[in-house]
Design a protein around this ligand. Sequence first.
Ligand code: GLN
Length: 253
Amino acid sequence: MTERNTSAPVYSLAICHLYPGLLDGNSDIGNLLVLTQRMRWRGIEPQVLEYHPGGLFPQGIDLIIGGGYASDAKKILTPDLPRIAQPIRELIEAGVPALAVCGSFQMLGTHTINIDGKTSEGVGVFDAYTVLESKRLVGNIITENAEMGTIIGYENHQGRTYLGPSALPFAQVISGAGNNGADKTEGIHYKHAIGTYLHGPLLPKNPLIADYLIRHAFERKYAESLPPLAAQQAALMEAYTDSARSRAMARPR
Ligand code: GLN
């Protein structure tokens, strides 16, 4: 029998996955897989707590993620959102990291003006609002973040999102549409929360973003620096990531 090293610290981080099943446009589930795997490779046990419509918002959350959605899902999400708006706001204001992709990015903003002209209220933690238009903005997108460098993904949205005067974009658009196809901003960065239009899924091609989220969740909970990835796994992953990134960047829009 193998002996366990009982003196080794046992780390764990709880991820709240918002509306799985409704919010998995364009394979956004891949973001969860990357987060949980990169946690395990650092000796951190991930605990995934799902929030479904009508449920109780989970306690003890260290990180929040949400993906994009197909238009039908909005009918279910919009009336449910007031149930979770306050806990999400409180967590993000308290520095809990979050990744909100596409429909979730819109949802965490102040409001969305729908095609029929009606307004849906958002969580209101991001100083941003969205106007849906019939023409979708679709294709490969390349952006640049000052700290993380080139961020690559695929966008597919009707929403045109406009940031408030104090809001910081997550990245600048190099090629593609981004938040609204006009002002070259992509996403939003507020405290440790990131809103973005990038699918792909995002994190396999941009693992620095996964590490940013994990680092802030870990440091907030344990007040220690994040354990490194095991060297062998890091090297293997780097090779896959580099290959995926160079292929994605060579693709036409
Ligand atoms: N229906 C929203 C839009 O098109 C969200 C799309 C998405 O999440 N992929 O803007």
